[in-house]
Design a protein around this ligand. Structure first.
Ligand SMILES: Cc1cc2nc3c(=O)[nH]c(=O)nc-3n(C[C@H](O)[C@H](O)[C@H](O)COP(=O)(O)OP(=O)(O)OC[C@H]3O[C@@H](n4cnc5c(N)ncnc54)[C@H](O)[C@@H]3O)c2cc1C
Length: 326
């Protein structure tokens, strides 16, 4: 599709009732790394019907479409995105609790859900209290701690698929794995999630949450923009070579810089934006870390962070890089 046709289509979309539309929206303002160029059109829908309309419009015209929450696991391209970014935020923040079931909209803030669960005496979400993302992003990533993923608590969820159709999926259909799910490949928009949690003592749950937050404050970079853990930290890896933070630190890489991107001095599995970092800087630093670690211990680090290119194609950031270990 040529530039003129796409721009014409995007103007037509923005004239429809699809929510708040911003042309040439800076993606740096929609990701925790504060990196990324402009997206042609950012749409912030307020209803499921509006999401359905946007998805149908984009898919039938072949316009690249990216769904985001808080952008806390994404590296946006310096060139931005030639298409539509659909952001699920505060209009999709509803959380309802009945018995041991939590039903929440995909834009709900993860720590907010964890806090509501604690107040209701529901356990199992303690590990999510410090994750700065939306429920939609968490479910798609099957995010959580090293031992647990949110998929453990999912009973079912509702998605808007390729043709704009609303579909219910069971936990089994989501095929959750370590930081992975079938949702990553299918390109659907998650709109609502039902979680089931065991009953627990609110004081014990609160205690566990406070301990998790203390640990994060102690270990993680506090001020500089970042995207959480850059590299995957699987149980298998812990047994064979140890966690990524440890092996990167042992390779002497703390403080290593490429442009404005730096391996955090506080935690070596974090790359921080020291000011004005570009996506190219982050990718170059990821490449350097992977090279050095591979040369040193023969282990190939894989990325948890996902890179979004100009055509809205999302893939683990290491899959863009070429070096002898891959
Ligand atoms: C300081 C810090 C600490 C972190 N700690 C953790 C941690 O302990 N554990 C952990 O797992 N992660 C952690 N993260 C990473 C990140 O917060 C999680 O992956 C989070 O769940 C992503 O949510 P998000 O709304 O930001 O998603 P985004 O980053 O916006 O998107 C992530 C992926 O989900 C897709 N997506 C988002 N919303 C939807 C939707 N509604 N429908 C379909 N697809 C969607 C996107 O297309 C993308 O592929 C951390 C990040 C930071 C910055």
């Amino acid at each position: 599709m040529n530039e003129r046709t796409r721009q014409g289509d995007l103007k037509r979309l923005a004239a429809l009732d699809v929510g708040r539309c911003t042309f040439a929206a800076s993606l740096a303002e929609h990701g925790t790394w504060r990196i990324g160029g402009p997206a042609d059109l950012l749409v912030e829908p307020e209803s499921v019907a509006q999401i359905q309309a946007v998805v149908y419009f984009a898919r039938t015209r072949g316009i690249p479409l990216l769904v985001i929450g808080q952008g806390s696991n994404l590296l946006f391209a310096d060139a931005g995105l030639r298409g539509i970014v659909l952001k699920l935020g505060s209009a999709f923040a509803n959380i309802a609790i009945s018995g041991n079931t939590i039903t929440a909209a995909a834009g709900a803030w993860v720590p907010g859900i964890a806090r509501r669960a604690q107040q209701a005496g529901l356990a199992g979400l303690e590990h999510t209290i410090g994750i700065p993302g939306t429920l939609g992003g968490l479910v798609v990533m099957n995010g959580g701690s090293q031992r647990q993923g949110i998929g453990d608590n999912v009973r079912r969820l509702w998605t808007v698929g390729e043709k704009g159709k609303l579909t219910e999926l069971t936990k089994e259909e989501c095929r959750f794995g370590y930081r992975s799910s079938a949702l990553q490949e299918s390109g659907v928009v998650v709109v609502k999630v039902e979680l089931v949690c065991p009953v627990g003592d609110p004081r014990v749950i609160r205690h566990a949450m406070l301990a998790d937050l203390r640990e994060r404050r102690r270990k993680f970079p506090r001020k500089e923009p970042n995207c959480g853990s850059v590299f995957l930290s699987t149980a298998q890896m812990h047994t064979s070579v140890g966690p990524p933070g440890k092996i990167i630190e042992e390779a002497g890489l703390k403080g290593t810089r490429c442009g404005g991107a730096e391996v955090s001095h506080r935690h070596a599995n974090f790359i921080v934006n020291t000011g004005g970092a570009s996506a190219a800087d982050v990718l170059a630093l990821i490449d350097r870390i992977r090279h050095t670690v591979h040369q040193r211990i023969g282990f190939t680090l894989a990325c948890e962070v996902r890179y979004v290119d100009e055509q809205a194609v999302i893939r683990p950031a290491d899959q863009l890089l070429v070096f002898p270990g891959t």
